[in-house]
Design a protein around this ligand. Sequence first.
Ligand code: ADP
Length: 297
Amino acid sequence: MINERYLRRLRVKPGMQVRLGDYHTGWAQNENLREAGKDSVKERALEILEENRAALASAQELLWASNTYAVLIILQGMDTAGKDGTIKHVMSGVNPQGCKVHSFKVPTDEELDHTFLWRYWRALPNRGEIGIFNRSYYEDVLVVKVHPDRLVNLPPGKRGKKFWNARYEDINAFERHLVENGTVILKFFLHISRAEQKRRLLDRLQDEEKFWKFSLSDLAERRLWDDYLHAYEDALSMTSTEMAPWHVIPADHKWVARTLIADIIATRIQSLDLAYPKVTGEAFEQMKEARRQLEGE
Ligand code: ADP
């Protein structure tokens, strides 16, 4: 497990104005890590990731058996930030029956004919499940804020600060409702540097087998880097709450991001102090009788 004090620094304090420039994207985030050196930090990180994969698998089984909470994990980040790889690597040990991933794309006409939270509401995890949102309702205050022309089918009116503040409030109210009714929400912003995004995009363009991952729109969105950064800063500042905190995850190195995210999820589920349901009283006697009958066959 990773030091709690270190993890706390990744969590956005409610009410705080976030400046993403103040957050690291690389592995060398403090004196101790720098002194240890990259190879040794990476080796230890991969060990912790392995431990947490196992911890997550048993935590999920308990979540399923106790059927009291749902867990909603939200992954956001600039293009190429590593959302898909994180899901694949962090959840690889988890029983697929208890884990659902939803990747949200440009909304369909039907989705646009409803209020913005509708499509996410329908995809929420059931009790006992882990749900992962690969992109989420935060897109509606990120890409849509950067491209306000994508706000369609809404009554006419100003699309200024008041409009966006109302959306942040809607999101906070939505999340409060979920938490109050037994959903644990963990939100991760995969924070990469602009230079790292360039490397990853170039990598896709230099290897024919990775061409399919490249989209020309990635380049157009990259030109809007600063607009996205500001939209993220506003969203993180306005929607990090005690109940549903944001974590800013250094993501220039995939092993760093995956290790931190796996640790935060495993630790949070373990903190719920779940237990397997106990069979007692008459039901216990019935079990004993059933066993006796089967053994006697
Ligand atoms: P990904 O980049 O997640 O692997 P795609 O390349 O298909 O998958 O990108 C999905 C696209 O859908 C992104 O450009 C994203 O901005 C867009 N998108 C997601 N949610 C919304 C939304 N609510 N409104 C407008 N666009 C959205």
